[in-house]
Ligand binder design. Structure first.
Ligand SMILES: Nc1ncnc2c1ncn2[C@@H]1O[C@H](COP(=O)(O)OP(=O)(O)OP(=O)(O)O)[C@@H](O)[C@H]1O
Ligand SMILES: [Mg+2]
Length: 347
């Protein structure tokens, strides 16, 4: 009897692909940033630097972490195009696993996954995403994973599943989940322990990329052209002097660059808080997930001051969704997955 394909959970966001899988009874994870450009790279000067030259149809692409020609992935069509296929395969190759047949679970933003008018699944879009990821791709001088099946899940909401189960929430409790990613703000209201979803919201004009763009511009004005990847790292490491000075050429502009970033973070926070208040005035609990969660936490705490510790920034906010999908969809056996989930949430 042949072995069943390995199952891998992939939250393939527009800026970062989050991958989780079971290995030796434990959940492993990898975050693979999206930074691809057209054409191929020549062989690396240092032997340990691996070159990833891909081909999709007749188009050649390469992974280029620091190129300022990196293709933009900050648009919704990214979900169905070559770059998404590249991003998923590239992320799989970062797991350190031997290329092999795999069944993957991936994600779509809530507003793509559900029809806006009736909250029903948008089967056409789900199928479009599946078919996109079943397409052929080749890696020059290398092997890619063989994706044999694709399941699609909505973004955001499933990220809080085990937290809700272990919190013993009342059946009438309304929990607001706010997911701030690179290019989208997704929100949803979960009733009870996931008994119902009573509202969804999506906005692809609000994302961490607003801060990233400001950081890129500020870097350029300080003679330091930078890719999205480097700009994002600067936002994360803005309190780390050593890092800031390593990416900045004109150090006389350091304060200005940092101030521009802080201003944009505050702006982003108040936009998210404003949208959240419009969408859900009086939730009982709030959970913050996605890579941008920490950036907007202060603004959300201020906007919902009376909720106090009922506002929770999820641990590992950026990976939260991929981890939950791994628990519930790829666990070696599903019964132990639920127990595992509870154990994890308690730990
Ligand atoms: N601790 C952190 N502090 C600040 N920014 C962070 C942190 N962790 C991740 N980010 C930023 O969050 C963004 C990515 O978040 P995430 O991975 O949730 O987005 P995504 O899923 O790729 O995007 P989307 O959901 O919009 O498609 C990046 O800009 C990344 O640099
Ligand atoms: Mg996301």
């Amino acid at each position: 009897m042949s072995k069943a394909p390995l199952k891998i959970a992939i939250d393939d966001g527009s800026t970062n692909v989050k991958v989780c899988w079971y290995q030796g009874g434990k959940i492993k994870s990898v975050i693979s940033p999206n930074s691809f450009r057209k054409d191929w790279k020549s062989a690396a000067l240092r032997a340990e630097t691996k070159v990833y030259n891909y081909q999709v149809g007749t188009t050649k692409y390469t992974f280029d972490a620091t190129s300022d020609k990196a293709l933009s992935t900050t648009h919704i069509d990214y979900q169905y195009d070559d770059q998404n296929l590249l991003a998923v395969h590239h992320a799989l190759l970062q797991t350190g696993l031997q290329p092999q047949p795999v069944e993957i679970v991936v994600t779509l933003p809530i507003t793509e996954y559900y029809n806006a008018d009736d909250c029903q699944k948008n089967e056409a879009k789900i199928e479009r995403k599946r078919q996109n990821l079943l397409r052929k791709i080749t890696l020059n001088k290398g092997e890619v994973f063989d994706i044999v099946d694709v399941k699609v899940m909505p973004e955001s909401l499933p990220a809080v599943l085990s937290t809700l189960l272990s919190a013993n929430v009342h059946e009438f409790t309304k929990s607001l989940v706010i997911d701030l990613g690179g290019t989208t703000l997704d929100m949803g209201i979960v009733v009870g322990e996931y008994d119902d979803v009573s509202g969804i919201y999506g906005n692809n004009e609000i994302g961490v990329c607003m801060v990233t763009d400001a950081a890129r511009k500020a870097l350029a004005a300080a003679d330091s052209d930078a890719s999205y990847l480097v700009s994002n790292e600067l936002i994360k490491n803005r309190h780390d002097d050593e890092f800031v000075e390593a990416v900045l050429n004109d150090l006389s502009k350091k304060e200005i660059v940092l101030e521009k970033i802080e201003t944009k973070i505050a702006e982003l926070g108040s936009q998210v808080a404003f949208e959240a208040k419009k969408f859900a005035k009086h939730p009982h609990r709030i959970y913050l997930v996605g890579g941008g969660a920490a950036l907007i936490e202060p603004a959300i705490r201020e906007a919902y001051a009376t909720l106090g510790d009922k506002i929770q920034l999820m641990d590992d906010a950026q990976l939260a969704l991929a981890k939950e999908m791994c628990l519930y969809h790829t666990a070696p056996d599903t019964e132990s997955a639920a127990q595992h989930a509870e154990a994890e949430a308690v730990a």
